[in-house]
Design a binder for this molecule. Structure first.
Ligand code: SF4
Length: 208
């Protein structure tokens, strides 16, 4: 392992520890802080940012986008383009699972997204992906708080936009609600466009 890779491992371990101790959001008490080795490769060229860990998924397993319906869809989408989870990095706008008063998955509040934004920024700064894929509107909003962008999900889906020294690539969230707006066939086509784009930027060393 090179000295630079070694340093990145050390910094990621420190960031993970910081996240594990975070108590900023009152309703996240007792929830898993989903940041650690199961998020993927810290040397990845592509980072996926979704909304929040799911109650039946990453909150139980600490592996983002894997064991619930959204996770199974996501796994199918990346498999369709020949990608493996361990070759990319996967995280969320908030690192903990927000729940409503009935104990169901909830959308993170703007305050919670703001609270977690420094951890998201630090993760991007550390991993330095060439392409950040925003999975849904909450992820786009969280990324705009790091560096402004004008991307809109409906207008810019599966289109690469220069952002924060790299590219931003908006896609719909793989969850069941988003599949109503953008069906499975359309999302598979979006992932096909993502892989074509990433092959070009990686082979040409092109940054946003
Ligand atoms: S969501 Fe983020 S900011 Fe809020 S408690 Fe969890 S780690 Fe901390």
């Amino acid at each position: 392992m090179s000295k630079q890779q070694d340093e990145r491992e050390t910094l990621f371990a420190a960031l993970t520890e910081q996240a594990q101790g975070c108590q900023l959001c009152p309703r996240m008490m007792g929830r898993t802080r989903v940041l650690g080795p199961l998020n993927g490769s810290i040397h990845a060229a592509v980072m996926f940012v979704a909304e929040a860990p799911g109650r039946l998924g990453a909150d139980r397993t600490a592996a983002p986008l894997q064991s619930d319906v959204s996770g199974r869809n996501f796994t199918q989408f990346i498999a369709s383009i020949g990608w493996r989870r361990e070759d990319v990095f996967i995280t969320n706008a908030v690192l903990c699972n927000p729940r409503d008063e009935r104990g169901c998955n909830a959308t993170p509040s703007r305050r919670e997204v703001g609270n977690c934004n420094p951890l998201l920024r630090a993760t991007i700064d550390l991993i330095q992906p060439r392409c950040v894929v925003a999975l849904g509107a909450t992820a786009l909003h969280a990324l705009a708080r790091i560096a402004p962008h004008t991307a809109s999900l409906s207008r810019d889906v599966a289109t690469a936009l220069p952002w924060y020294g790299r590219y931003l690539f908006p896609l719909y969230h793989p969850g069941p609600r988003a599949l109503i707006k953008r069906n499975r066939e359309q999302q598979l086509a979006d992932y096909a466009r993502l892989t074509v784009f990433c092959e070009v930027i990686i082979s040409t060393n092109n940054y946003g």
